[in-house]
Design a protein around this ligand. Structure first.
Ligand SMILES: *Cc1c(COP(=O)(O)O)cnc(C)c1O
Length: 381
């Protein structure tokens, strides 16, 4: 069985050692020493001055919206994970979706300006698949209209833009350390800001608004994370360069193997050190994508339709048509990508895609059956 992703599991001995130290201290959560150590090591690794380790990427988004005091409408992308939109609605604001760029699949800055109204307070954009948005264009629009910018950088651990961690951009940037992400702490996330006043607000928000034992600075929530999660993060961080290298090699292997097929890949931003967080492939039709998906599933290879359905088409978000996003969401497929995937796994995956595609061109109706047969006989032989 080949799943779309597998969590990275660090050396068990190293994790045990951290757990042993937790037992000794009997300090399990509430800004403990391992949480502090992880925050320091992440700052050093990322070259970032301020960050807070929190319990999830979703709570990080909600805290960001609160800390900036956003109200009314937030312009956002329909092509992201559902948490991006949900956090806006959860915080009592209205998501206003604008279409995506057909090459990068990130929010299209040219569409943002037309969606701005007197109620607009911010732009919440996702760097999809770890590939940065057009940050300069978004910053310029935000500046001109006095809007705040939040980046959902949940896919971006290890991505650098113009030589800096992409987490350094926007009024606030957030990320997720969920187990399926490239760097993880089982569950978890972080908020980033360069503004010390915002950092202070975020820090209060993370801890119920506590400003000392008996004083509250205002409304807060529980966004803290535990010593156990920090321990996992510290263990995974030791292998991060290895994880990033492996994904780069696997991605290049995929590209080489799929060369010659009329598939599209997101156009990567210039000035980028990319983290190869996902391996998305855009097919020329939904039908062909589904045929590949099913042929792969017959071989117990499971891909994911990241991101389908488009977020503006959900029952609780609904808004008008966004043709580029709808078209991409129907045809996109993320192929398996994780640390322990082998080149022979990739050989099998790409062989199946090649066969479905080639048969499709010759004999559209029988393509799937033939492709499945071919795979069975080639595995047997
Ligand atoms: C994973 C993810 C989130 C949510 O992060 P959690 O830590 O699971 O809450 C938000 N946005 C995007 C784009 C994601 O991929």
């Amino acid at each position: 069985m080949i799943p779309v992703t597998k969590p990275f599991l660090p050396d068990l001995q190293a994790y045990h050692a951290y757990v042993g130290s937790i037992w000794e201290r009997q300090w399990l959560t509430n800004n403990g020493p391992l949480v502090n150590e992880l925050e320091l090591k992440l700052k050093a690794y990322l070259g970032i001055n301020h960050l807070l380790f929190v319990s999830s990427g979703t709570i990080a988004l909600q805290m960001a919206i609160r800390a900036l005091g956003l109200t009314g409408e937030i312009i956002t992308t329909p092509f992201s994970f559902v948490a991006t939109t949900n956090s806006i609605i959860w915080e009592g604001c209205k998501p206003v979706f604008t279409d995506i760029d057909p090459e990068t699949f990130n929010i299209d800055p040219l569409k943002i300006e037309a969606a701005i109204t007197p109620q607009t307070s911010a732009i919440l954009a996702t760097h999809v698949y770890g590939n940065p948005c057009d940050i300069a264009a978004i910053q310029e629009i935000a500046h001109r209209h006095q809007l705040k910018v939040i980046y959902d950088a949940a896919h971006c651990f290890g991505t650098k833009y113009k030589g800096r961690s992409v987490f350094a951009y926007g009024d606030i940037s957030i990320t997720s350390f969920h187990a399926t992400k490239l760097f993880h702490s089982t569950e978890g996330g972080a908020v980033f800001t360069a503004d010390p006043e915002l950092l202070r607000k975020l820090s209060l928000l993370r801890n119920f608004g506590h400003n000392g034992a008996e004083d509250f600075a205002g409304l807060g929530i529980n966004g803290k994370n535990s010593e156990f999660h920090a321990a996992m993060g510290l263990c995974v961080l030791k292998s991060i360069d290895d994880i990033l290298d492996k994904r780069r090699l696997l991605s290049f292997y995929y590209w080489r193997k799929l060369n010659g097929l009329p598939l599209k890949y997101p156009k990567l931003n210039n000035d980028l050190d990319y983290n190869y967080a996902y391996f998305p492939v855009l097919f020329d039709s939904q039908e062909l994508m589904l045929k590949c998906l099913r042929a792969l599933e017959n071989e117990k290879i499971y891909c994911r339709r990241y991101f389908f359905p488009a977020l503006h088409t959900l029952s609780h978000t609904g808004s008008g048509p966004l043709p580029v996003c709808e078209s991409v969401a129907r045809r996109i497929l993320c192929l398996p990508l994780y640390h322990t995937l082998t080149s022979s796994d990739l050989d099998l995956i790409t062989r199946i895609i090649f066969r479905v595609r080639n048969y499709e061109l010759e004999q559209p109706e029988t393509a799937l059956a033939d492709a499945a047969l071919e795979v069975v006989s080639s595995n047997a032989g």
